[in-house]
Design a protein around this ligand. Sequence first.
Ligand code: NAD
Length: 367
Amino acid sequence: MEPVKVGVIGCGNISDVYFQSGKVFEAFEITACADLLPERAEAKAAQHGVPKACSVDDLLADPNIDIVLNLTIPKAHAEVALRALAAGKSVYSEKPLAVAREEGERITALAKEKGLLVGCAPDTFLGAGIQTSRKLIDDGWIGEPVAATAFMMCHGHETWHPDPDFYYQVGGGPMFDMGPYYLTALVNLLGPMRAVSGSARVTFPERVITSQPRYGAVIQVNTPTHLAGTIDYANGAIGTVIMSFDIWAHTLPCIEIHGTEGSLSVPDPNGFGGDVRVRRAGTPDWATVPHSHGYADNSRGVGVADMACAMRSGRPHRASGALACHVLDAMQAFLDSSDAGRRIELTTTCDRPAPLPMGLLHGTLDP
Ligand SMILES: NC(=O)c1ccc[n+]([C@@H]2O[C@H](COP(=O)([O-])OP(=O)(O)OC[C@H]3O[C@@H](n4cnc5c(N)ncnc54)[C@H](O)[C@@H]3O)[C@@H](O)[C@H]2O)c1
């Protein structure tokens, strides 16, 4: 079948892996790219053999493009997504879907009105590590889930990212930057959330960039950089979360799920592979479980391929706008809860995405 035609808007740091994915997955191909800075689009087109580098307006006017792949910075996600939908194109955005829940709701409402699809990163939950974890839970290895822990702690991104300002503005911070990986993986494993509580702070009001080319520049921090919270899941499980850019070192695991019959150690949700370990009640040690699924290497773009397959067959896509809206609602609610000093009931929910089938050929998804 003909690959679905995709146009990339935003040719920065993360775009390379998507340009590569356009060649790995049979369901889509990247036929054009654009950026506010035209020289960036031209450079990526030349590097990856993309047929056309053009302006954002030209890309949106291209009748051959079915999906806009929105790889801009978080505060531009909503504007670019809404423009793509208005131009009659489905849109798949990098995370987060938007920087405010109202924007997310506007995006999904416009898509519904126009009969178009919205997808959103992260798609790491479609990787081997989280799909294997999901299968173990669904097959009953740990019984009924009771508790989940999710810890992401580091000292921020100004030591390596060439343009790290957005990580310290509204829509950045550890919750909006890294929270999507953890919360999305957990919705895939446990189902939707019901309520959250959070306590958040800014520890360092200024950050000094030590990466090139902006070594020595100072960033004013305008969003919390340390957050601790709890999550009540609709299925009754209770989650404990820390997301922080204020921690120099730690020894806590990324994600664990504890059930009535055992415990599961889930690999880093900001990756596709990693060890999955289980320890059943009464057993003396943890056992590493072989991956039941493929996509253990960096496969960013598998969510776009899944959405392209869904466009062709009409089945639901997994990294969906509804899932991203629910995660966005929760991320904002953690911060709202900290401000208000009380637990916040979420107003959104979503279906648990369908598990991937086992045995897929590399570069394919279920039709
Ligand atoms: N860098 C990473 O390792 C990484 C990993 C996973 C996800 N992400 C996500 O990917 C997105 C992009 O991150 P990045 O690191 O590539 O950022 P970046 O700053 O390197 O690149 C963003 C690009 O978008 C362009 N842009 C911004 N606003 C635009 C607009 N309105 N129209 C057209 N182009 C516009 C910029 O000129 C820039 O070239 C973010 O949402 C980020 O959270 C990044």
